[in-house]
Design a protein around this ligand. Sequence first.
Ligand code: FAD
Length: 811
Amino acid sequence: MRYLIIGGVAAGMTAAARLRRLDEKAEIVVFERGNYVSYANCGLPYHIGEIITERNKLLLQTPESFKKRFNVDVRVQNEVMSVDTRSKKVRVRNIPTNQEKDESYDKLLLAPGGSPIRPTIPGSDHPAIHTLWTIPDTDRIKQLVDTGNVKTALVVGAGFIGLEMIENLHARGIKVMVVELTDQVLNILDYEMAAIVHRELCQKQVDVSLKDGVSCFAKAPDGGVTATLASGRIIDADLVLLSIGVKPNTSFLADSGILLGPKGHIIVDEYLRTGCEGVYAAGDAIEIMNPLTEKKTAIPLAGPANKQGRIAADNMHGDTLRTYGGTMGTAIAKVFDLDVGITGLTEKLCRAENIPCDSVIIHPNSHAGYYPGASTFTLKLVFSPTSRRVLGAQGAGYGGIDKRIDVIATAIKGGMTIDDLTEIEHAYAPPYSSAKDPVNMAGFAAQNILNGLVRIITWDKLRSTDRSQFLLLDVRTPGEFANGSIAGAVNIPLDDLRERINEVPRDQTIIVFCKVGLRGYLAVRILKAHGFDDCLNLSGGYDTWQVATTVDDFEVDPGKNKDLRPAALVADKVFEVDACGLQCPGPIMRLKKEMDAIAPGEAIAISASDPGFYKDAQAWTSSTGNTLCNIDSKKGIVRAVIMKGGASLPIAGAGNDKTIVVFSGDLDKALASFVIANGALAMGRNVTMFFTFWGLNVLRRHEKISLPGKNLIEAAFGMMMPRGSGKLSLSRMSMGGIGDKLIRGIMRKKNVPSLEEMIHMALENGAKLVVCQMSMDLMGLRREELIDGIEVGGVAAYLEASERADNNLFI
Ligand code: FAD
């Protein structure tokens, strides 16, 4: 038996090795037009990035090692020019000698793979424009990067390979820009999942241009490339990488009688047979069946290519006939610190294929939240509302994605339903998962929808719905609400909802949301129990809304980016500050304190684990007249390097002051007031806080002050009212003081400054704390009973300050 194989990488070499294991006596010949066989093309970007330092590690086999181990005749630099299926011969050209020869076969495997598409854009023959597919491509790009002359690179196309190259070029100190024709990176994902990848790219200072394409390339005066985009934008780059897709290498089959699909892929049946006797095909060059859409498609991935190679070999050998079940495109990529994975159908694809689907987005922890190193990730599950079958999943986060995508891929392959997901058994200990794994949680969430416990609305539906038709109810805490919410939302914290249920209108649709969706679900259940039938929960909560609706906001302004310089080059001295573990506004307050202590021209390099610090640090820097030298986020730790001075200072008091009326003496409300006040102070704003009625208690001294001349009512008031911030109770769930103690303990544990510390910080940073004279008189309080550093004033003092303010709060 003489087996010929065309193509010596994933599918071809797998088949060759398998055939040898099945048949020791057969003659097996592999023709490979390149110089290398069996190399790890998936590892190529990482060699350029010098993550895989040894080039040899990419070369898994050589013709010699393959001959020795498998007795296979591997002929490199031999290109098959044509196939004659009637006479069962292939025509082979020896590339070095340019001689052609016919080779006959009993069985033939076509595994020629694909090649990157090179668009016919004017100027694309410039020597600095590359594609990446083979070892020689890698050598060319790496040699160029190794010269140190590549300072800027433009990646055209934001698919998997483009994104991997962005990361690896960036790792070599190159400023990277990417241009993508569609409105999202990683077009195979649903938009809101791709937005997470987009955010990661922008946080790594990658300049992302969406909805744009290259119109032409030209030679730049310095020898680099000038790319003109359809939008008119001009980009200069020392290196350009085209990664806009692959096409199958099947032109040599033109007159063979082998059937090709509309895009040139080889058509095979379920046994990987072409229609021609003895000819099989596998790998990137074939059309496969997507078992979920039941439609033919092409999915160029290494896993399917290897598996097809093995099945094709079994069938060529012919003892048994094995079917190939198709490919549903399970894939994963690392984009800087972010892992992003997909399996099965997206919502987008379901819509395009008219497949009914529902979806749910959850934000679980990668493992038990209390065990160090846990991070929150986003998991989207797509499922059928009728059969309840799992159709697909997408995940993005800083750990735990591969495991969940693999489990769900297995579930899809096994035809499981969302109900099956709830019972999937997983190996659990705190470092690895939670007692309810995210896969179970996704199943529960889907079950709640299909069983009618909750109706959901997706972020894009919400965005396109007429706002006058519903009430948007934010059930997060006042502090979370103050940090940002969806425009027009009303805040009733979940824990207050039962008591404030009368504030919820009965004649409107209620759309509830929280941070990630869980509290929103609980709120919907409470509302339903109180007779509100028309209420929905926002899928994925505010986190998903925010990332999906702020893609433009994350766009890196190329002008701004140019100013980001290594602090070491511009600052006289850089001081490291560790603000990890501090919650908002802790990191900003710490930053301000440290910046106050250094001289102009010196810099602070501050690290914080609060993800909001990425945006806060930039906002703080631009509003305080300091210079952002660098900012990045690695594995959830934001590190900003900020030099003191260097930019024009905002004019304090120029209509951007903040005034807060503190009416309440509740612990939580006082805390919220001081969080906002300290945040504004850290931004360089003037803050005036006006304490009236019960708010006076926040500023009472802890110790008892005996003052002569108080009448009975004044003395009684003094006794009944809490003496100072330490005695304040929560507005809800105080539970006779247990709740107050609990919250103070949690704050300590989570490094949130106490109320007393926040009052102290506010005073130190120049807040004006004015107590209302009239309220003091009514309640019989004297100045001596209040803490130092405050002023006593009338309403005019507050009103005067409020005229210079752009923000007045009544708490
Ligand atoms: P190939 O591996 O392309 O091999 C085909 C071979 O056939 C080529 O060497 C070609 O020279 C040869 N050939 C073509 N025509 C002829 C002819 N007429 N005569 C002789 N020889 C011929 N997939 C993943 O699943 N995960 C990843 O992380 C991943 N990363 C990747 C990163 C990069 C940079 C690249 C380029 C690909 C990546 N892939 C990844 C895709 C994966 O490598 C391919 O899906 C897989 O290699 C396809 O295998 P194949 O055997 O069909 O084709």
